[in-house]
Design a protein around this ligand. Structure first.
Ligand code: HEM
Length: 184
């Protein structure tokens, strides 16, 4: 039987965008990095957990380059998962700083019929449901305490806004990233 990717179906494909803006922490303030990126979302089948939960899987790889020097300055891999029975969406995030996030949200389909699909997930450090795991160094020096992510898909156009709440350099910092992409 064909796999039902539910609200994730619209993600599948290769997306590119050059309107990115990153706001990230510096010891003495804030850095702003205009960027461009490619995100590949691939249909990856489904999985059954404990013979009762069925998840449809989309895996992704995001590669982000600074406009100023064309260097990759952020690389991220993970999965989006859809649990049709409970209407739950999940994003797993792994970044090469020894930080991982499992963020969740619900999708009730009530916006069906509208032009765009909105995927919204969130996680918090210490949350028993949707949490954050990081290395001892990151916990002590650059802790990720919360994460939220909103993607809106409208045909071959996608936009996202992501906020990673940090505790770094002795202060709280809202590290944000947003971009608009089109599917090739
Ligand atoms: C498009 C997405 C993202 C971009 C372009 C980006 C870029 C950056 C940049 C430029 C810094 C400043 C430090 C440096 O110069 O290396 C930084 C710091 C950091 N980012 Fe991101 N980031 C992104 C997403 C994320 C996500 C999703 C997380 C975690 C879930 C994250 C966690 C962190 C942490 C913990 C730091 C502090 C480390 C440090 O500055 O020493 N970032 N990021």
């Amino acid at each position: 039987m064909a796999i039902d990717y539910g609200p994730l179906a619209g993600l599948i494909g290769t997306w590119q965008g050059n309107q990115g803006m990153d706001i990230s922490p510096e010891p003495d303030g804030t850095e702003e990095n205009p960027y461009y990126e490619t995100i590949e979302f691939e249909a990856a089948g489904d999985v059954e957990n404990a013979e009762s939960q069925k998840l449809a899987i989309v895996c992704y790889h995001q590669v982000v380059r600074r406009k100023s020097d064309d260097e990759v300055f952020h690389d991220q891999i993970g999965y989006w998962l859809w649990d049709a029975a409970s209407g739950t969406i999940v994003q797993t995030v792994t970044i090469p700083r020894a930080v991982s996030v499992i963020a969740g949200g619900s999708f009730d389909g009530s916006a069906e019929g509208s032009a765009s699909t909105v995927l919204e997930v969130a996680a918090k450090l210490g949350d028993p449901d949707w949490g954050i795991v990081q290395s001892p160094f990151m916990r002590d020096n650059a802790s990720t305490v919360a994460f939220r992510h909103r993607i809106s898909i409208d045909g071959d156009r996608l936009s996202y806004a992501e906020t990673t709440s940090l505790e770094i350099y002795g202060r709280k910092f809202e590290h944000t990233d947003e971009n608009e992409l089109t599917r090739s």
